[in-house]
Ligand binder design. Structure first.
Ligand code: GTP
Ligand code: SPV
Ligand code: MN
Length: 593
């Protein structure tokens, strides 16, 4: 206790609300010591060395992977836990049917009991961070208190963390408060609580990704989406990618795909050879989160609030995502990947070498399942990406030309279509569905509605969220066109119809041509469908398969449309603010709000 008091007295901040909050938390959690993080390389190196010494991290092969580490998380703590994630608002209705709700008093009681004394024998780290470029008016700051050095190291890679963030926080005088403890890593004593009205987050009992790196999903999506609605902007689960055509013009596209459905891959796309030779270039601005707001010119301007990638390892290869593979050869933290016999990281889909140890450290035995956990991830600084955009640090952000929604759908949804207008586009995003993945605990492969890929992340009522989206369509707005894609359609044998990855640029090319008004389209069942396109040209895939990927089956569509209309109507019924009739039916005029 003495150590705590001594260190508190030296709290390196002039902001009394921050100093007193840290004091309060220390009094509750009883750490052995308090450490204020400055974000320096020295601090990072010391953290890594400490974690190597206590076995939290394993050093990877320094010849092939300098500065790379492996963390094996608790086998019961490998993904987000949506069933243990709550939004705690005074009014239950505000959280909506899309969130689990708990009354703030009850949640605080529960969490205080869990946090009491939980940091005995541990160090309390104070982690000031900035989401977004440090000098951007669109950025927002927070402070995470955690007892996990792994979380601190990840926050350093994923956010602008340390002294500069603290300076901004002191200047602004406010910050989002995130309190995190590993607790006992007991799934029965695990909660991720959000208090949007208090701008605070409390997370106990998990050390994994979105549960524990509180700047990411908890702050930059759940809390930020709440603030965004109040302040007239959008906080979205979207990548941001710049597509430069051979003439040197760049269009920025924001795309929302659910967890483990291709955002990182699209954001880092490498053009197929013919496109590369013609002069197409791709620039990565962000791979997971996008904050955007209307600028004075009426366009939506977007920043990536993150400074790193927490990307899915399985499936990442020199063929599927060469940019990602290049950036994770050094200074990367791997979580739950397998190892080769010479201590290199390995996962399914990387190459045809045999792994020696699985993600739990056992000698690899296929009878135990995949060698790498399906939600194994890498954490790496964004600037290590070879396609890192020179505009990624622009304080004003980048103007968005197109918004793309997409899911993982084996049937029904065509490769691409365009929404008829903003209102229809909001409907398309709101009613999108996708097969569940290993990014969250629970059954994989179930089709569920995942509006705008925000089902697990929208911090308030979906009906209000859809109304907020619709509200951007106002006089003077120069809104992006909205599209829907599906890279994951399968044939009767279960094989993907579309090759995906780099070839997805063919679809983006069509999207840009539509944005520029250069190609015609046909008004089909879901929306505007491609007439002229280069999807199959020189692709090396049977054009009939591409045609199948593009096709809409009337019977399948009728079933889909009923499900969409029902979902949209339910959102309307449950939210007083949301009064909209479905704009999906062909020929029906959209009703104004
Ligand atoms: P989160 O980080 O969980 O939000 O996921 P993400 O949307 O960034 O997903 P990511 O790009 O990491 O892709 C997840 C999985 O989908 C990986 O195994 C990829 O290899 C696979 N994938 C990505 N793009 C494509 C594609 O175009 N076609 C196919 N078939 N698979 C893809
Ligand atoms: C996701 O699940 O959408 C992720 C990984 O991006 S996590 O940070 O765990 O949320
Ligand atoms: Mn994500």
């Amino acid at each position: 206790m003495n150590a705590v008091l001594e260190l508190d007295a030296a709290a390196p901040t002039s902001l009394s609300t921050l100093a007193s909050w840290v004091e309060e938390v220390a009094a509750l959690t009883c750490p052995d010591a308090i450490r204020w993080c400055d974000g320096s390389q020295r601090e990072y190196d010391a953290l890594l060395a400490g974690m190597e010494a206590d076995g939290t991290l394993i050093a990877l092969n320094p010849d092939t992977h300098p500065g790379c580490w492996l963390h094996r998380s608790d086998p019961e703590d490998v993904a987000r836990v949506e069933h243990l994630t709550f939004v705690c608002t005074r009014d239950a209705e505000a959280a909506g049917p899309n969130n689990q709700w708990m009354a703030p008093d009850q949640a605080h009681g529960k969490m205080d009991a869990l946090f009491a004394g939980c940091m005995r024998g541990r160090i309390l780290y104070v982690v000031p961070y900035c989401m977004g470029p440090i000098d951007s008016p669109l950025s927002r700051c927070g402070v995470e208190i955690t007892d996990s050095p792994y979380v601190v190291a990840n926050m350093r890679l994923m956010t602008r963390m340390g002294a500069q963030a603290l300076q901004r926080i002191e200047r602004e005088g406010h910050f989002v408060r995130g309190l995190h403890s590993l607790g006992e890593l007991d799934p029965d004593r695990r909660f991720i609580m959000h208090f949007p009205e208090e701008l605070s987050i409390q997370s106990y009992g998990s050390g994994y990704g979105g549960n524990a790196l509180l700047g990411k999903k908890c702050h930059a999506l759940r809390i930020a989406s709440w603030q965004a609605r109040e302040e007239g902007w959008l906080a979205e689960h979207m990548l941001i990618v710049g597509i430069e055509n051979p003439q040197g013009d760049t269009h920025y596209i924001a795309a929302a795909f659910p967890s483990a459905c291709g955002k990182t891959n699209l954001a880092m796309l490498v053009p197929p050879p013919a496109y590369r030779e013609a002069g197409w270039k791709v620039w990565t601005v962000g791979d997971d989160i996008c904050w955007m707001r209307p600028g004075p010119d009426g366009q939506l301007w977007a920043i990536n609030p993150e400074a790193g990638y927490f990307g899915v390892a399985p499936g990442t290869s020199a063929k599927s995502n060469p940019n990602a593979l290049a950036m994770i050869q050094r200074d990367t933290i791997y979580t739950n990947v397998a190892l080769t016999d010479d201590c290199q990281p390995w996962w399914e889909g990387l190459d045809d070498r045999a792994p020696a140890f699985d993600w739990q450290g056992r000698p690899y035995d296929p009878a135990n399942g995949p060698a790498a956990h399906p939600n194994a991830r890498f954490t790496v600084a964004a600037r290590q990406c070879p396609s890192w955009s020179p505009r990624a640090e622009d304080p004003q952000g980048v103007p968005i030309s197109a918004i793309v929604f997409g899911g993982r759908r084996a049937t029904t949804m065509p490769l691409v279509f365009e929404a008829r207008d903003w209102r229809h586009g909001v409907f398309v995003g709101a009613t999108m569905a996708s097969e569940t993945t290993a990014a969250a605990t629970g059954q994989v492969g179930l089709v569920r509605r995942d509006p705008m890929a925000m089902k697990p992340f929208c911090g308030y009522h979906f009906g209000d969220y859809f109304a907020h989206w619709l509200s951007f369509d106002e006089p003077g707005a120069r809104l992006p066109k909205i599209f829907h894609v599906n890279w994951f359609r399968k044939d009767a044998d279960g094989n993907f119809l579309w090759p995906g990855f780099g070839e997805n640029l063919r679809v983006l090319e069509w999207i840009i041509a539509r944005v520029e008004g250069r190609v015609g389209a046909e008004d089909g069942l879901p929306g505007f469908m491609p007439l002229e396109h280069h999807f199959a040209e020189g692709l090396g895939v049977d054009p009939d398969r591409v045609a199948l990927a593009l096709q809409v089956d009337q019977g399948e569509w009728a079933i889909e449309q009923r499900a969409q209309d029902q979902f949209w109507a339910e959102s309307r019924d449950r939210s007083a603010r949301f009064d909209a009739s479905a704009p999906s039916s062909e020929g029906e005029e959209a009703t104004e709000l």
